[in-house]
Design a protein around this ligand. Structure first.
Ligand SMILES: Cc1cc2nc3c(=O)[nH]c(=O)nc-3n(C[C@H](O)[C@H](O)[C@H](O)COP(=O)(O)OP(=O)(O)OC[C@H]3O[C@@H](n4cnc5c(N)ncnc54)[C@H](O)[C@@H]3O)c2cc1C
Length: 239
């Protein structure tokens, strides 16, 4: 796959551990991605996947949100790169979990932690034409301080009647001021939405969360083909 070396346009901290990285695309380069796809950051000895947070119609820049995993050697390499580099080499686009056209049915978007990036791209792709069908965004985090994009998500809910935003905190002991929903993000969606048989469900998170959510939604009548996640091809479930 083609590699592109992109100058870093800016890096800003959302909170104490998550950064927004804007990459400029050199003139003449076009990544030509669909909403929901990811890129790989090319490191000296490996490549690390990151969802593209921006919408495809923004042609000249790519937005990433990067949060290190504590104890991860790969995250340590990426953090060091972000602290010092002026450009980053990427491969893109990757992933078969995306929206290429306006859906003709409800959407349920389930994001764990930085999985919100994939959903942001999808929502910003759909928003200019409005939402014909209901769109439910559930964002699961450990602690309320991880909800670094909640003002933007709430602004979509305020602006679009068919858009619903439900943040869910799974470890409320860490969030003494949190007044909202608690528990697991997939369970929250299933307790709110009675009929999940016709919606397309996008899920972004680690393999354990994604496969537990698949099983729970199928038990409630969702056809398997209605759920989309990068994890299905990135980390296939062993038979
Ligand atoms: C398709 C994909 C997209 C990703 N997008 C982002 C992102 O936008 N921002 C970010 O900070 N990290 C993202 N990650 C995780 C990131 O690639 C790793 O944190 C980083 O490469 C360090 O590697 P690690 O081996 O320590 O992985 P870990 O950080 O330990 O990742 C643990 C597991 O969680 C999964 N995972 C973690 N985050 C995501 C996510 N957002 N979407 C899907 N799966 C995830 C990975 O598949 C992996 O199996 C993504 C991972 C994948 C597979």
């Amino acid at each position: 796959m083609k590699q592109i070396t992109c100058p870093i346009a800016s890096i800003d901290w959302y909170n104490e551990d998550t950064r927004r990285v804007l990459l400029d695309l050199p003139s003449g380069e076009d990544v030509n991605f669909n909403a929901g796809q990811y890129l790989q950051m090319v490191l000296p000895e490996k490549k690390c996947p990151f969802s593209i947070a921006s919408a495809p119609h923004l042609k000249h820049q790519l937005e990433l949100h990067i949060r290190p995993t504590p104890g991860s050697d790969d995250s340590a390499l990426i953090e060091a790169l972000l602290d010092s580099a002026s450009e980053i080499t990427i491969e893109a686009p990757l992933g078969d979990c995306f929206l290429a056209e306006k859906p003709n049915h409800p959407l349920i978007l389930l994001a764990a932690s930085t999985g919100i990036t994939q959903m942001k791209s999808i929502i910003e792709y759909l928003a200019p034409t409005g939402f014909d069908h209901p769109v439910y965004l559930y964002w699961g985090v450990l602690s309320d301080k991880d909800l670094y994009l909640s003002a933007l998500c709430q602004s979509w809910a305020d602006h679009y009647d068919n858009f619903h935003f439900i943040p869910v905190v799974s470890e409320p002991d860490t969030s003494p001021d949190w007044q909202g929903r608690t528990g697991l993000v997939g369970e929250a969606a299933l307790s709110d939405i009675e009929d999940v048989s016709t919606a397309t469900v996008f899920v972004s998170g680690g393999p354990a969360m994604v496969y537990a959510t698949l099983d729970a939604f199928m038990e409630r009548g969702m056809p398997e083909a209605n759920m989309k996640s990068d994890i299905f091809s990135y980390a296939p479930r062993s038979k």
